[in-house]
Design a protein. Structure first.
Length: 220
């Protein structure tokens, strides 16, 4: 006999962490595809296979669910960056690994780019309500600054390189070809979504950033 919707909801509510995880996964896709204003709680519930009442039970409302999505995607990328252990690497290796991780992360996590692009169109108003994102990001910027200082002390890097400026450059070089892929392909008549082109792009970004911080390049 097929269980009723109410019965299914009761069973699912007994495993709240799994249910919340399924809702969050569905919400990631919905907000990535339609932005905050276009996303529908009903569609998120359908994708998660739950009753919409459970979403409101666990997340209160659509805004709180969106904030949870933002918190999740930023916590995830910060965790991946933490795994690099930049402080334990020689400075030149640390910079290369940071660039490769950022490039690969964006390539494999276009949901992150879609949601942050949408949030930018909203003027960053939701992230502005979330001091925890700044709190989780500040230590990572400090680690980049430490790498740059160590690189300068070793005679490898130029002096007075701003860590935030450098990171923003890495992000821009690693993401723009994804964000503007369709228009760039149409403009220049070349498909830049192919694996070979992306591989070349990855190495180009590594070369650009290492050249930008290098003492040798700055004095040539």
């Amino acid at each position: 006999m097929k269980k009723s919707s109410a019965s299914q909801t009761s069973i699912r509510s007994r495993d709240p962490e799994r249910t919340k995880g399924e809702i969050l996964t569905a919400a990631l896709e919905e907000f990535a595809a339609h932005g905050y204003d276009g996303a529908k709680v009903q569609k998120i519930a359908q994708s998660a296979g739950c009753n919409p009442r459970l979403i409101y039970h666990y997340f209160d409302n659509k805004e709180c669910l969106y904030l949870a999505v933002l918190r999740h995607i930023y916590a995830e990328i910060r965790a991946r960056e933490e795994e690099l252990q930049l402080e334990a690497l020689p400075p030149d290796q640390a910079i290369v690994r940071l660039v490769k991780l950022t490039f690969d992360y964006f390539q494999g996590n276009t949901v992150f780019l879609s949601i942050t692009r949408s949030e930018n169109l909203l003027g960053g108003r939701f992230i502005a309500q979330m001091p925890e994102i700044q709190k989780m990001s500040a230590p990572f910027l400090d680690k980049i600054s430490d790498v740059l200082k160590r690189g300068h002390a070793d005679g490898l890097f130029r002096a007075r390189i701003d860590a935030l400026q450098l990171y923003v450059s890495i992000v821009a070089l690693s993401a723009h070809h994804i964000n503007a892929g369709h228009t760039l392909s149409a403009t220049f008549g070349r498909d830049i979504s192919g694996e070979e082109w992306r591989h070349e792009r990855r190495q180009h970004v590594v070369d650009m950033i290492t050249s930008a911080v290098s003492v040798a390049e700055s004095t040539s």
